[in-house]
Design a protein around this ligand. Structure first.
Ligand code: ADP
Ligand code: GLC
Length: 478
């Protein structure tokens, strides 16, 4: 039995701001429990909802030597879907109403967290063969492990993997200002951890980890070149012999249109016509004109440049004025995008609904009720929303980048194949052209559209295949 510890800054259902939490909450369940004892460790944020906080029980507490002196570390535990979750407690670091704050606070917070995870292992009585780290917040675990624990027998055989969910976020700050890194050797702080005269957690993690993965094959290529490397393309190329891409899946238990209690009417492949009732209910819920002939397009997303909101803003009015289209948006993020959607919604109340906020319930009802899902990302390491959409018979319209390219097969009207519509360049007019094409198929070729919905629902984007690839990597490494 190999022991694997997932270390991350968020995990469903305890704390979620995006797809990272989905992956951390789902993948452990799909690894073979006869061969792997997989556990997860998260920060015990004060903002974890009360209902979930109640599930935690205290394991122990202790004080560890840190650059600021002796610091408190509490360890809590909970079981969720047969997976053991540990939580690191320290209210000095993990207070606030959001897991993330200003970057200058976060770098110190997650440096503490990474140290605390390693210090806690003997107290948890869990000696993992592999620590599987996720994103920059846990990227210093391989660094602290190699710098501080290499001669300690308890830690000697531990191996590390870092999975990059988004290379744009690297954990950068002024080298001398990060208190919780101060005792690392000079050549580490000023060399391996340094990029462009700053500390760079992700760069350090990539260099120190035994394996590096990212969440799709295309993204694994893209990050080795200037257009996608976010300044770390050279480091990625240097690490290319230990870098691979494993595409994400989605949790088929959580996202299942046949059993989803959040939907107005559950439906499956056999009674796909019932999806209409979800569209009706959604139009009613959102105050949109109730009309079947309209093509209802959904977006559930962080409202940032990454997700292509610039393009959407640019052509929104043209889209609404030239086609019988409605748009349902759910998201939070940059003020300028939130404001522009509020504006569109007030100008076109029959055609646009904008929910500025976060709601799992409404997200499910959008995935279940809309005809098409728009995701014109500038870049996309994997993307889960397009996978969830397909599972609910909703046809994705995406830009061909990263995981979107790997998971959505473009519609071919001659061969009658494909699971969505895609365009190549980050260009608003190109996007509009492909939306018009999708609109034409939706309005004028309903049989073909229905067949595509079915292909979407049949496509397998569960975790099964990718979980096998992770298992293979664990066995090779451990
Ligand atoms: P990213 O992690 O880059 O934000 P993904 O497509 O990988 O993008 O995952 C986003 C996840 O977060 C999906 O599960 C999506 O449904 C969910 N999500 C994003 N915004 C919201 C929101 N405002 N309310 C509810 N769920 C949301
Ligand atoms: C990141 C990426 C997204 C990916 C998710 C989970 O948030 O932006 O593309 O699906 O992580 O890996």
């Amino acid at each position: 039995m190999k022991k694997i510890l997932f270390a991350a800054s968020e995990g469903n259902p305890f704390i979620k701001t995006g797809g990272l939490a989905d992956v951390v909450g789902a993948l452990p369940k799909y690894l073979d429990s006869k061969k792997f004892d997989v556990r997860v460790i998260l920060p015990k944020y004060l903002c974890i909802p009360e209902t979930d906080r109640k599930k935690l029980s205290k394991v122990t507490e202790f004080y560890a030597d840190m650059p600021r002196g002796k610091e408190y570390i509490g360890i809590y535990k909970a079981k969720e879907d047969e997976i053991t979750y540990y939580f690191i407690d320290n209210e000095y670091y993990f207070a606030g109403d959001n897991p993330y704050h200003e970057i200058f606070e976060d770098v110190n917070k997650f440096a503490f967290y990474s140290r605390a995870v390693l210090a806690a292992l003997p107290e948890m009585d869990f000696c993992p063969d592999i620590i599987h780290c996720h994103d920059w917040q846990t990227a210093l675990i391989p660094v602290f492990l190699k710098e501080f624990y290499k001669n300690n027998p308890f830690y000697q055989n531990m191996r590390t993997i870092i999975t990059i969910h988004n290379q744009k976020f690297q954990g950068r700050w002024r080298i001398d200002d990060i208190e919780n890194c101060r005792d690392l050797p000079e050549n580490c702080r000023y060399k391996a951890m340094e990029a462009y005269h700053e500390t760079n957690f992700l760069k350090a993690g990539i260099l120190y980890a035994d394996q590096v993965t990212t969440v799709s094959e295309t993204y694994a290529q893209e990050i080795q070149f200037p257009a996608g490397g976010e300044g770390l393309e050279g480091v990625m190329r240097q690490a290319s012999d230990k870098l691979s891409g494993i595409v994400n899946g989605i949790d088929y238990q959580e996202y299942n249109p046949m059993t989803d209690t959040k939907l107005a009417v559950p439906f499956g492949l056999r009674n796909i016509t019932q999806k209409k009732k979800n569209k009706e209910a959604l139009q009613k819920e959102l105050g949109l004109r109730q009309d079947h002939s309209v093509m209802l397009i959904g977006m559930v997303s962080r409202m940032t440049e990454q997700k292509g909101f610039d393009l959407v803003n640019y052509v929104m009015e043209e889209m609404l004025n030239t086609m019988n289209i409605q748009v349902a948006v759910l998201g939070t993020g940059e003020n300028r995008f939130e404001e522009s959607f509020r504006y569109f919604a007030s100008k076109y109340p029959d055609q646009i609904s904008a929910t500025v906020g976060y709601s799992e319930e409404r997200a499910h009802r959008i995935y279940g009720g809309v005809d098409a899902f728009l995701m014109p990302s500038q870049f996309e390491p994997c993307g889960l929303s397009q996978l969830i959409s397909m599972r609910y018979g909703t046809v994705p319209i995406v830009r061909e980048t990263g995981g979107l390219k790997d998971t959505v097969e473009a519609y071919n009207e001659i061969w009658q194949t494909g699971t969505g519509f895609s365009f190549a360049n980050y260009d608003a007019k190109e996007m509009l052209m492909i939306i018009r094409y999708a609109y034409d198929v939706f309005q004028n070729h309903p049989k073909e559209w229905r067949a595509m919905m079915k292909r979407c629902m049949k496509a397998d984007h569960s975790w099964q295949n990718s979980a096998k690839k992770y298992e293979k990597m664990y066995l090779k490494l451990a």
